[in-house]
Ligand binder design. Structure first.
Ligand code: ZN
Ligand code: ZN
Length: 80
């Protein structure tokens, strides 16, 4: 499973959550899961405690190992 690092303090973040607060510096992030093929945001599918990622653009499930996770500061009103 790929790890996600806090951009502010380099602590490890839990990429399974759509939003996370860094346990070390308390920064609040929104976690974007991106398709490694088309770079579109992936949809999180929750099933029995596990999370799968689905790309609506490629119309296929994306392995957690290949998902690109990106932490963007939440609450700053930054939208793409
Ligand atoms: Zn941090
Ligand atoms: Zn895709």
């Amino acid at each position: 499973m790929s790890t996600l690092i806090c951009p502010a303090c380099s602590a490890e973040l839990d990429s399974r959550s759509p939003e996370i607060r860094c346990g070390q510096c308390q920064a609040h992030y929104r976690i974007r899961a991106q398709c490694p093929t088309c770079q579109q945001e992936l949809e999180r599918l929750k099933a029995c405690g596990a999370v799968d990622y689905f790309c609506n653009h490629c119309n296929s499930l994306v392995s957690k190992r290949t998902v690109i996770f990106e932490a963007t500061p939440a609450g700053a009103g930054v939208r793409q």
